[in-house]
Design a protein around this ligand. Structure first.
Ligand code: DGY
Length: 421
């Protein structure tokens, strides 16, 4: 065990670029938003100062309107596409123009609690500054990405989900043109096998959206109007709600009553909206395609993520857990991000089937919350086994267990530190 803890810490140290951690060398040479939030929780298990630093460096990229972008380009690198010249955001510290799942609030609570436990100096002051950043970001989500006040937040780009090429986007993304003003010069396929990455056609659509939003000057209202991809998404909304609960809890601890009340109102709205996305015939929750008005029924992990943020009734939990068992049955490493063997399932291609340690972490928390301790423990121990057997890979082929994508991966190291602690 100690050997793996040491290896996980060694990976985080190797990926440190000065107070922030790159997901892995070369393939992702900058600071990524939700990666860093998971990494901060990993650091919180042994180095509280460094855990705060990770979040502080992420908050350096926050925009005046509250958005925390999905990439912060602290230093130049020529091993990644699309770089700052494609995003054209004109931010002082160059950043991308879109966001990513708001795990930040969850991480802040974890770091704060670790600091309190250890009696760390300055913990309260450092937490308060980061709390203000997180609150501004949650306000941004509700204003910019739920202007109609539905309680579910929308994504305007598949990269915002973190699950870039999930089958969940196939129908919605097919409406996005493949034409681009920017030349698409991929670098990712020079680092890992092209069969493990999104397709060229996906990239052309990804960049078409970037061009469209850059032409809107990254103004959220204009983007909302011009978006040809607009999905009210359950995984992101569940993470927003869980982070919102954690921030509400922190606000209570810190005596920030007005903030606690504001967050409680956001959380209430999202809790109700998420519950309404349950589909008994599928035994899953579904996202909505806001352009067609249709449910997104593609079977992906996102349908189970609301476990993380809701206290479900027993019948619903039983149905959901039974469906999860069905997907996991016969897999060497659960939890597959697409239902095994449906047409869109590909065991090695990024978000179209592989198992990801951070998704497992969120599902484990959700299963525990909903009294599924045994299932949570099975998933926890199989995630740790996969890492011990294959190393700290970006993700795992669920059928063979093979480690895939980038290696020496920061969030896989952080997950190990957290789940094995
Ligand atoms: C990538 O470049 O693959 C990232 O996932 C986008 O954020």
């Amino acid at each position: 065990m100690t050997k793996y803890f040491d290896e996980a810490k060694r990976i985080l140290a190797a990926n440190d670029r000065g107070g922030y951690t790159v997901p892995t060398d070369r393939l992702y040479p900058f600071q990524w938003n939700w990666d860093s939030a998971f990494v901060a929780m990993g650091f919180a298990t042994y180095d509280i100062d460094r855990a705060y630093r990770e979040l502080e460096r992420l908050a350096e990229g926050q925009w005046a309107d509250g958005m925390i972008p999905h990439i912060i380009f602290h230093q130049p690198s020529d091993t990644y596409f699309p770089g700052p010249g494609v995003w054209r955001t004109n931010h002082t510290i160059p950043t991308s123009g879109i966001t990513q799942p708001p795990v930040f609030g969850m991480a802040l609570r974890a770091v704060h609690e670790a600091a309190e436990k250890a009696g760390t100096d300055n913990a309260r002051a450092r937490t308060i500054v980061l709390f203000e950043a997180a609150l501004k970001w949650h306000r941004w989500w509700y204003a910019a990405r739920d202007p109609d006040g539905t309680g579910l937040v929308a994504l305007l780009h598949p990269w915002e989900s973190g699950s870039d090429n999930s089958p969940a986007w196939d129908v919605a993304l097919a409406r996005v043109p493949t034409t681009t003003n920017t030349a698409v010069v991929r670098k990712d396929t020079g680092h890992v096998n092209a069969d493990m990455r999104p397709r060229d056609e996906d990239y052309r659509r990804f960049i078409h959206l970037v061009d469209t939003y850059a032409a809107c000057g990254w103004n959220p209202a204009k983007q909302w109007e011009k978006a040809s991809f607009k999905v009210a998404e359950v995984q992101t909304s569940a993470i927003l709600l869980k982070a919102g609960e954690d921030l509400e809890h922190l606000a209570g601890q810190l005596g920030l009553d007005a903030a606690a009340e504001e967050l409680a109102a956001f959380n209430y709205r999202t809790r109700r909206a998420l519950l309404a996305q349950w589909r008994p015939n599928l035994s899953r929750f579904v996202s909505s395609d806001l352009i067609s008005g249709q449910d997104i029924e593609a079977p992906t992990q996102a349908g189970f993520l609301p476990l993380l943020a809701l206290d479900l009734d027993t019948d619903l939990t039983q149905a959901l857990a039974a469906e999860m068992r069905l997907w996991s049955d016969g897999m060497k490493v659960a939890f597959p991000t697409t239902k095994p063997f449906v047409e869109s399932f590909e065991a090695k291609r990024y978000w179209r089937g592989p198992s990801w340690a951070i998704i497992n972490w969120l599902l484990i928390d959700g299963l525990e919350r909903n009294a599924q301790a045994k299932m949570a423990e099975t998933l926890r121990s199989s995630t740790l086994d996969a890492i011990e057997t294959e190393g700290f890979a970006e993700y795992f082929d669920p059928i063979t267990g093979e480690g895939c994508g980038g290696l020496g991966f920061s969030w896989t190291a952080a997950t190990y530190l957290w789940l094995a602690r």
